[in-house]
Design a binder for this molecule. Structure first.
Ligand SMILES: [Zn+2]
Length: 369
């Protein structure tokens, strides 16, 4: 389903149902490329969706969050590009082991590769799994984490925090970058005239370059348009930009209800516009939630009360509640100011039953009558 939310350049799509493996696909509209959060069952996504994936963010290595990497590889390995893959510590060896299960004797120089980044608490360690080299792994080195940000371009910023799920499980925050919107009232107040200088200013702002060089703008003079030199371009950017609050997404899948995890959630996800959160169990199964380090609906209610996102999408409900998803919606307590987003129970195709196999339709072909 497509969510109509207050994003300017991003389009978040939740591509699975309530009981399906969670898949958040974020379309970067101006780039025409996608970011994928979690990588479970994804055979229902079209090749053109998968080949447009620029980066994959895997919360943890449990099958329902990770098995789709084989399908993704099947679609992208002959494409000469490098997919960035972010995951918890150990994910590079897991990917290497998975891909080592295939024969790559026909690999070619123009095949694609994976650059894998393992997100630890203190460091990020990177590896290259090169397609032309049969996806053998080479370590690229590690760098200390100076902030929670793990990926950034001119459209968005992704931050992550490792949480406990008996294994490391990453939670993510995606912030849309502020766009440069000109405040028309400021132009009027200062009698500034539109011209090519606005495009130049926007380019400098987005590329964060040449902001210390003066800029020549146009303004109304006594005898018509005249040039005027701005020395403090950084300050000018702050003044001329219209007020805006970029939208953001919080993504929580599979973590336990521990004090340390809760502290990380509030540190990373306060103020998010849209929260997607696993709600694996209902409140009567709190012990199962605790022992398997998942959240139950009562836990999610407490998080909602604290975070108060504008939009909330519950996901990843245990299949043991199949056919009774209404119980989840009855148990959720949505705070005022938060809009609940509901998704279908299932969107992945139903597997074929034996009675539906195509051979039932085979007919012996005889001579034309
Ligand atoms: Zn899990």
């Amino acid at each position: 389903m497509t969510l109509r939310l207050p994003f300017r350049n991003l389009q978040p799509n939740f591509c699975s149902g309530l009981f399906d493996d969670p898949l958040l696909l974020i379309r970067q509209r101006p780039l025409g490329s996608n970011l994928l959060f979690d990588c479970g069952r994804l055979q229902h996504l079209a090749k053109r969706v998968l080949t447009a994936i620029e980066a994959v963010f895997v919360s943890h290595g449990h099958m329902d969050h990770w098995m789709g990497i084989d399908t993704l590889t099947r679609h992208v390995y002959v494409t000469p590009k490098t997919v960035e893959l972010f995951g918890p510590v150990g994910i590079a060896a897991k990917l290497e082991s998975k891909l080592a299960g295939y024969d790559w004797n026909l690999c070619e120089q123009n095949w694609g590769s994976y650059r894998v980044h393992e997100i630890g608490s203190e460091t990020i360690r990177s590896h290259l799994l090169s397609g032309p080299d049969g996806f053998r792994r080479t370590e690229l080195g590690s760098r200390p984490r100076s902030s929670r940000v793990i990926f950034e371009n001119h459209l968005l910023r992704v931050a992550a925090e490792p949480c406990d799920h008996l294994v490391d499980s990453l939670i993510f925050r995606i912030d849309e970058q502020p766009t440069f919107i000109i405040d028309e009232a400021f132009l009027d107040r200062h009698q500034l005239l539109k011209g090519p200088w606005i495009r130049q200013l926007k380019r400098r702002f987005h590329r964060r370059e040449d902001l210390d060089l003066p800029l020549t703008v146009l303004r109304c003079g006594v005898d018509g348009a005249e040039e005027f030199r701005i020395e403090d371009v950084r300050g000018f950017c702050r003044e001329i930009a219209a007020e805006q609050r970029p939208a953001s997404i919080g993504y929580i899948s599979d973590i336990g209800w521990s004090a340390a995890n809760r502290e990380k959630i509030t540190g990373l996800l306060s103020g998010v516009t849209l929260l997607l959160c696993e709600t694996t169990f209902l409140s009567d199964a709190v012990e199962r939630a605790r022992s398997s380090r998942h959240l139950c609906s009562a836990d999610v209610n407490r998080l909602l009360e604290q975070l108060r996102p504008e939009f909330f999408l519950p996901m990843h409900l245990s299949k043991s509640y199949n056919r009774c998803s209404s119980r989840l919606y009855r148990e959720l307590q949505i705070p005022s100011g938060t809009t609940l987003l509901r998704i279908p129970d299932q969107v992945t195709p139903r597997p074929l039953l034996q009675s539906e196999f195509p051979w039932q339709e085979y007919r012996a072909s005889g001579p034309a009558e």
